[in-house]
Design a protein around this ligand. Structure first.
Ligand SMILES: *Cc1c(COP(=O)(O)O)cnc(C)c1O
Length: 410
């Protein structure tokens, strides 16, 4: 380990992924954006050496021998981003995928086979759920859905056919927290790889591998980018699992553009400071919402009134800016529409993690299997998912008050 190995995350995020090339007597801070399909080698011996990329992970012989590295496996631009994410997650390897969803499906592709079973939380990110419902059964892979709050009882859901444990905590939209160390330990006992969609927390706020999970998955589209202008997925893992993932990845042909990699790399440098602002603004809005008479409940894992807050306090070191609140249940869809249309700063749209604040209403009773809308909440009102951007929280609060003022008087 270099001297830099002891530095804190913020420092490493600025130091890693630098490929100094000396030109004109100086060096650009950022690695160049390298566009490449063909990579040419000066002689036979060099070409042979680079037919197996050195990633610090032992790789099966047949792959290493057959693949000659070219643009699809990345350029220095990609390797710089891989290095930063890998270092942040304390992993051996990091894969870059063209979207968060592609990172999710690569995990299923790598570890499942016909006759197998995967364990997936009921509250999983919706496109992930659709993949499980529509694609996996066609491949002869069954899905064992589980309550994200099941904890160590998940043990009884494993079978000899179990091939992958998927975790997402907090749950999508409803923010239930899982006892991740308990779930990951159960997967280890059953010799089943585990993966967590850790997009909400980033590796800065939840250290997935240190909590026993094998694969730390991120939609880099969100906080890593920070600009709402690219799509990216990342998978960080160690040892044999990392080698299996990379081998499956190289057989699939998914690549990320060097421009997107460079933008995400730039995003990573400022991740800690952006996250702190999203987090502070999020807490501020959540606090004011909780005191508002038209709000039924605020659902924010970092607040003491969240039913799973003890897990948050134990495992997480921060919260970011994504949370939800439910409106008083007497408001119908027309009222929700009036609320949304009165907003001037909050914009409506999926995907989050950029500088803009977002608000999206959901009628969860229509979207979720009953079991997933956990009885703990017992909420009846429309759920408003809030992403607190980088604007001043006072301005954002004034905007939400415009929304409340537009609700029909009943
Ligand atoms: C957005 C998101 C994804 C998917 O990312 P894309 O890059 O849009 O495919 C996956 N998981 C979570 C939790 C997300 O928020």
């Amino acid at each position: 380990m270099s001297k830099q190995g002891k530095m804190r995350a913020e420092t490493r995020l600025s130091q890693r992924g630098r490929y100094p090339i000396e030109k004109h007597g100086g060096t650009p801070i950022n690695p160049p954006i390298q566009r490449a399909s063909t990579i040419i080698y000066p002689d036979y011996a060099t070409m042979k050496k680079f037919s197996a990329r050195e990633i610090g992970v032992p790789r099966p012989h047949e792959i290493g021998q057959n693949f000659l590295r070219y643009g699809l496996q990345g350029t220095d631009t990609h390797f710089a981003l891989e290095e930063v994410v890998r270092d942040l997650a304390a992993a051996d390897d990091c894969l870059l995928l063209p979207s968060g969803l592609a990172a999710i499906t690569l995990c299923y592709d790598t570890f499942t086979q016909c006759g197998g079973q995967v364990l997936v939380p009921l509250t999983v990110y919706h496109p992930n759920r659709y993949f499980c419902e529509k694609v996996l059964p066609r491949r002869g892979v069954s899905v064992q859905w589980y309550d994200p709050r099941i904890g160590a009882d998940i043990d009884s859901l494993f079978s000899e056919n179990s091939q992958l444990l998927f975790i997402e905590s907090p749950g999508s939209l409803t923010f239930e927290l899982s006892d991740v160390p308990a779930l990951a330990a159960a997967a280890r006992r059953h010799r089943v790889p585990s993966v967590i969609d850790n997009t909400w927390a980033t590796p800065l706020y939840f250290d997935a591998l240190a909590h026993g999970v094998d694969i730390d998955l991120h939609a880099g589209t969100k906080y890593f980018s920070g600009g709402s202008d690219l799509l990216l997925g990342t998978l960080a893992s160690r040892g044999k699992i990392a080698a299996e993932l990379r081998n499956a990845f190289e057989l699939r042909g998914d690549g990320v553009s060097p421009e997107d990699a460079a933008l995400a790399l730039r995003g990573m440098r400022s991740l800690p400071v952006r996250l702190r602002q999203h987090e502070a603004g999020g807490y501020e809005l959540a606090e004011r919402l909780a005191a508002h008479p038209e709000v039924e409940a605020v659902i924010h894992p970092g607040r003491a009134d969240h039913p799973d807050h003890a897990i948050f306090a134990r495992d997480f070191s921060g919260a970011g800016g994504l949370f939800a609140f439910t409106l008083n249940s007497r408001y119908d869809e027309a009222a929700v529409a009036a609320f949304c249309d009165a907003l001037e700063l909050f914009v409506m749209g999926p995907s989050w993690g950029g500088f803009d604040s977002l608000l999206v209403p959901y009628d969860l009773r229509a979207m979720r299997p009953a079991a997933a809308w956990h009885e703990t909440w017992q909420h009846k009102g429309w759920l408003m998912r809030v992403f607190c951007g980088l604007e001043n929280p006072d301005d954002l609060w004034n905007d939400l008050e415009r929304g409340f003022a537009s609700l029909p008087k009943m």
